[in-house]
Design a binder for this molecule. Sequence first.
Ligand SMILES: [Zn+2]
Length: 392
Amino acid sequence: MLKRNRPARRGRSTADETELLRLAEGLSDSSGRIEDAFWESRLTQRITRLISEREEDTLNSALDAANQADGRAYEALADMIESICEATRIEVNGAQWDAVLITAPALAWSRWQIGGGSISPDTLQNLKVQLGAHVLAKGTKLALADFLFSPDQLPHGFVPTAELTQALAQAARDGKNLKLDARELPETKTFLADTRYLLGVVLAPAGAALFRWQEDDGDREEILAQWQKQGAGIMQKLLAGSTFSLSMPGSYHNAWREADRLSRGYSLQATVAYLLMTLNIEPRQLQAVIGPFHSQQLEEYRVGFTRRGDDKVLHGVVWPLLDGEDEHTDCISEIEAILKEIGITAIHVHEHDFPLDYCDDCGTPLYPNLEGELLHAEMAEEEPGAQPTMLH
Ligand SMILES: [Zn+2]
């Protein structure tokens, strides 16, 4: 996964790793834009070579070392590596074009299974037309992968991401899409709420606008509204049986991170909607219990849902901390605001820390109830309309 997990392991020291760290520290201490360009061009050269040599481990150990040494150098290095993985320059009919990996995420939930997988040529073509019309700048070329990815199926690591960017860039240059072999991708785990990703590469003449919002009259809100309106009709075919919301398409890492951020609130809303529907109850009959979960440091919040006056946890939602968040980030207020907005009035926050515990049998997270017990979420089979979840 490309998520920036704060790594703890200290990597081996190699010449490349040491040099990456030196350059990243130089960049993070830089005194101005001209100096930035100096450090960035040297970092770009070295990272590009390491990616072409498939040196995933060296990149990761350099990130580990930067993380131990200096948080700002780590950020600078992570940004450089990510931007190099998702962008390249290629020649089209003798001219230089920029190529950028993009994603269009969909937040979805379903009582059954959220769709995904292979996309038919017609649907792919329709998606291309809508992205071209509403999201991309005029004069760009686009290639899409013929697959709707789940989080488990996204490229794992920097080198695979860069290779996908290359393959899609070539497809875009040739006016084609990228065919993927679905059998080579891992199976999708089933969650009540999850994210799906459309992936592609957009090409623009070097230095020209890639996205509609870079154009003089481009307006981000309008772009998102149009994509949500026009894109939804097509995505509906791929996500049949799910409720979904399209988030802003854009450069891969950025759009992916934004979808990650939005998916936390989306999961809360989805879980409440699911409980109200399957149990046929009102929001005021639900109790939400929030607790902070630690290993070495605060890792996430978990929200357990019970019926008011009952101990049994029916369902739960994990609210992971994202980049740059820690125990000083006011996630709890954000969680409470979302719950209140959907009508949950009984909200309890446990102040003490919980251990990051999971079920020994199925690995599902355990959630707090009002008494502060950590329980396995379970919907009883006799609940009308409830599917027996998490049985083993
Ligand atoms: Zn279990």
